[in-house]
Ligand binder design. Structure first.
Ligand SMILES: *Cc1c(COP(=O)(O)O)cnc(C)c1O
Length: 374
């Protein structure tokens, strides 16, 4: 017997998720590019709706976020009885795992897939199985090879954070068709609003509409600009959605989050502006950084993965320190097994230009004669 309380097996293997550095206050001299937030901020309508809830903070919110669910259903043309809202898609990832996977079960994901799948699986006592990727892209065959009778859920972020890569509709369909029916295919489409329109892109919604074992996850944290409020949703077969309602907290989404979410959904102009901003600046930042001699991976999200040479003083660790000293906060990728890379979000125009300028200065230290890199 131990002399102090012991958590369940697996819990102490969890390395707590650390969000992008830089905090949540807007600090004038800091360009926070570490958390894939919307550089345009929230919709003014969402702010107004959020503030209007202040006098009702003594009331419990709708337990099942019914009004918000109806609004999502209308906006995305879906059956509301097949939608569940959560405190961020993070909560829904955890609830899905808690409901379907436990000790002895396996949760399958891709080597550089979004970290929350692994953390939530460990918290539930399940085993995490990782399939290798090809060129930082989920590999359908490698994933399928790792499916066993113990596999409960296969998570795939499409596009994936932090790599930015995606698998197209044909591959997603092939993956689903080869999966045994007892395995849930969870397509995390957190960046769908940025990716839609790219030829071949598939958020998993139509598979989730057709099959008993597919769900698609979405969030208000990225294009909708409501990360602080914690709001996400899942669309899936009725059986799974009903199951998740039994496992979620009774009032899992706060009143301000529900109100702001409804208002944000109807602000089509703000959504279009956020998309247009990303469409304009992501290719610009990518091209400028490539012009500095850096490798930048293609991305369908609102972020870019930048690869640095593995040479002391020129590597990602040095670049991160250099950027931070100049007030630009990137996301280090060590926890994703990509320690030679940094991820940056697309910021405001001024932030993007500053990023390029600071990385230009960093690169120049090595290319100019008498560079100070040693
Ligand atoms: C940001 C992100 C989420 C969203 O998480 P929330 O809990 O909704 O803020 C989910 N999946 C991926 C891949 C992400 O990058």
């Amino acid at each position: 017997m131990s002399s102090f309380p012991q958590p369940r097996p697996g819990i102490l293997e969890i390395t707590p998720y650390v969000g992008g550095k830089g905090g949540s206050g807007d600090r004038a001299n800091i360009a926070k590019l570490s958390a894939n937030e919307n550089p345009l901020g929230p919709s003014p309508h969402a702010i107004e709706a959020y503030q209007a809830t202040a006098a009702s903070l003594h009331r419990y919110p709708e337990g099942g976020s019914e009004t918000l669910t109806q609004a999502i259903a209308r906006r995305f043309d879906l059956d509301p009885s097949r939608i569940i809202c959560g405190a961020g898609s993070d909560e829904l990832i955890a609830v899905l795992i808690r409901a379907y996977a436990g000790p002895g079960d396996e949760v399958l994901t891709s080597r550089h897939g979004f970290l929350m799948y692994k953390l939530a699986a460990l918290a539930a006592g399940a085993h995490v199985i990782e399939a290798p990727e090809t060129e930082l892209r989920s590999d359908v065959d490698a994933l399928l090879q790792r499916v066993t009778s113990r596999t409960r859920i296969l998570f795939i972020a499409n596009p994936n954070n932090p790599t930015g890569s995606f698998i197209d509709g044909a591959e997603l369909t092939r993956l689903h068709a080869a999966l045994p029916p007892h395995v849930i295919l969870a397509v995390d489409a957190a960046y769908a609003e940025y990716a839609e329109g790219t030829p071949g892109y598939d958020s998993g919604l139509s598979l989730a509409n057709q099959y008993e074992n597919v769900v698609s996850l979405r969030t208000f944290s990225k294009l909708f600009g409501l990360a602080a409020l914690r709001l996400g949703w899942l669309f899936g077969p009725k059986r799974i959605v009903d199951t998740l309602h039994r496992v979620r907290g009774p009032f899992n989404v706060s009143l301000p989050a529900q109100a702001a979410g409804i208002a944000a959904l109807s602000d089509l102009a703000h959504q279009a502006a956020a998309r247009a901003h990303n469409d304009r600046w992501l290719p610009w930042v990518k091209q400028e950084l490539e012009g500095l001699g850096l490798k930048v991976w293609p991305s369908l999200g609102n972020f870019l993965l930048i690869e640095f040479p593995r040479r002391l003083g020129q590597d990602a660790v040095a670049a991160e320190a250099f950027l931070e000293a100049a007030g630009v906060i990137p996301r280090g990728m060590g926890s994703y097994g990509l320690g030679h890379c940094l991820r940056i979000s697309i910021g405001t125009e001024a932030e993007n230009r500053r990023l390029v300028q600071v990385l230009g200065a960093f690169q120049a230290r090595h290319t100019l004669p008498g560079g100070s890199d040693r």
